[in-house]
Design a protein around this ligand. Structure first.
Ligand SMILES: [Fe+2]
Ligand SMILES: [Fe+2]
Length: 140
């Protein structure tokens, strides 16, 4: 979903919620595989988890930066600072996803990756809250 529909707080916020719920489920399954010593399965789940972050949250972020954020700055230049902060959140999430992918080149899946997945969730939660309250509040 892109364009004007991202301006509707209800529709936009349900995109956030759906992605985050799936991310939480995948993180839980990944952690359970590690706890049960199922390394091969953990790796498969992690690959799905990375794909989830890339195709859902990071794709959504890209669409916002190319559309919604630019439109809002044009109409409300006073929101530039907020848009810069929100874009930084996107960058942090991209960096963490890349970090997980880099680790997989040399390491087996481990609990440190659960910590990174938790960080993604925390940043995303705060980010979504700010997007709703600071960017889209008051019908902007
Ligand atoms: Fe965003
Ligand atoms: Fe968003």
């Amino acid at each position: 979903m892109s364009g004007p529909s991202l301006r509707k707080t209800d529709a936009h916020s349900s995109i956030h919620e759906a992605s985050l719920n799936e991310a939480l489920e995948l993180r839980d399954i990944f952690r359970k595989c590690l706890e049960d010593g199922e390394t091969d399965k953990a790796l498969q789940v992690l690959e799905v988890t990375i794909e989830h972050w890339e195709t859902r949250t990071l794709k959504h972020a890209e669409e916002e930066e190319e559309g919604l954020y630019k439109d809002i700055i044009n109409e409300h230049p006073d929101l530039l600072h907020t848009v810069i902060q929100l874009t930084r959140d996107h960058d942090l999430m991209r960096r963490i996803v890349d970090n997980i992918k880099d680790r997989l080149q040399t390491q087996e899946p481990n609990m440190e990756i659960v910590t990174l997945l938790d960080s993604l969730v925390i940043i995303d939660l705060i980010h979504n809250e700010d997007e709703m309250n600071k960017l889209l509040a008051n019908g902007k």
